[in-house]
Ligand binder design. Structure first.
Ligand SMILES: [Zn+2]
Length: 325
């Protein structure tokens, strides 16, 4: 079921598609995933996390957010929900679901069954680019894990080490502060870090400027402090993919590029190991960025899926890379 979306707009560059899809989804479901998830992990946050609060809103999120147009890509729940940015012109095709995909396509709402509420308000400003591909291109893949560090992070690191795979961890500031040893281990084993906000509030793209500054900059500081001197954070990934021109610029001011994704198996929603694996296998294209989660609740399916995906990626001739910057 998930795949559909991906292929929908063959003509468009991945990113746009994804973005649009994600965004749309995000709008629709967005809230659920990450919010939920993170809430779980976050020590403190739970109550606080806006994300959590939102979650409910989107009834759709649940099930499948996918039902919508995008079906696939965008993961409702988790961060996934929306990856990219408004920047991207939305794909008319997929935009649908939400009514407002990425910002652009107004009219497209059309057939979307979803009934979705309106998407987040459009952000007029100039958005920066949201990365959805690997640094080297070619037959490479970038694995990214969101919402940690948490209880599953160690198992994921063990698996990655077994396959000599490198990944990027989009960490929630307060989780990093609560698990500094895991942040240090991520760095020591050659992986890279990404700022995923302090509390994972959603819809992130609706935060007032001052709050966005706090969520992004304080998380940056917390992750750096947890990682130790010299810790560098190359990317920022908005919770739920809620990028907009404002938060992208805030991140850029801190030296971080905005990181989206091109493959979203919606592992945060625990669709089953087989579903996670098959979605990745069907959606991944060379140079892709896979969105998975090492935090946000029970990640046993994510870990089990990764255990199957790593050997598959190797067998397919993929080499592990970091996202473009
Ligand atoms: Zn997240």
């Amino acid at each position: 079921m998930h795949r559909t979306p991906t292929r929908r707009s063959p003509l468009r560059p991945h990113r746009n598609r994804l973005i649009a899809g994600c965004i749309a989804m995000a709008a629709v479901l967005g809230l659920s995933a990450c919010g939920t998830a993170s809430g779980a992990l976050q020590p403190t946050a739970t109550a606080t996390t806006p994300g959590a609060a939102n979650t409910p809103g989107t009834g759709n999120g649940t099930g499948t957010g996918n039902s919508t147009a995008a079906g696939t890509a965008p993961a409702p729940g988790s961060d996934a929900a929306q990856p990219r940015t408004p920047t991207a012109p939305a794909d008319p095709g997929r935009a649908t679901a939400t009514g407002k995909p990425v910002g652009t396509t107004p009219g497209t709402t059309t057939s979307t069954p979803t009934g979705t509420p309106a998407a987040p308000p459009a952000h007029p400003g100039q958005a920066t680019k949201v990365i959805g591909s690997t640094a080297s291109g070619g037959r490479t893949v970038a694995l990214t894990f969101d919402d940690g560090p948490g209880p599953a992070t160690g198992q994921i690191l063990d698996l990655l080490a077994q396959y000599h795979a490198k990944a990027t961890f989009c960490e929630i500031g307060q989780n990093a502060a609560a698990n500094p040893a895991l942040v240090k281990r991520v760095l020591a084993e050659g992986h890279r870090l990404c700022d995923h906000s302090v509390h994972h509030p959603q819809p992130f793209e609706k935060l007032p400027h001052d709050k966005a500054v706090y969520e992004i900059s304080a998380a940056h500081d917390m992750i750096v402090k947890a990682g130790g001197p010299g810790t560098r954070i190359g990317w920022f990934r908005a919770p739920g993919g809620g990028f907009n021109a404002d938060n992208e610029h805030i991140a850029a001011g801190l030296g971080m590029d905005s990181l989206g994704w091109s493959v979203d198996p919606r592992d945060w929603s625990r669709p089953g190991v087989a579903a996670i694996v098959s979605t990745v296998q069907s959606q991944l294209k060379p140079g892709g960025v896979i969105l998975m989660h090492d935090g946000g609740g029970d990640r046993s399916q994510s870990v089990a899926a990764l255990k199957q995906l790593l050997p598959w990626l190797v067998a397919q001739g993929y080499t592990f890379d970091f996202p473009a910057a």
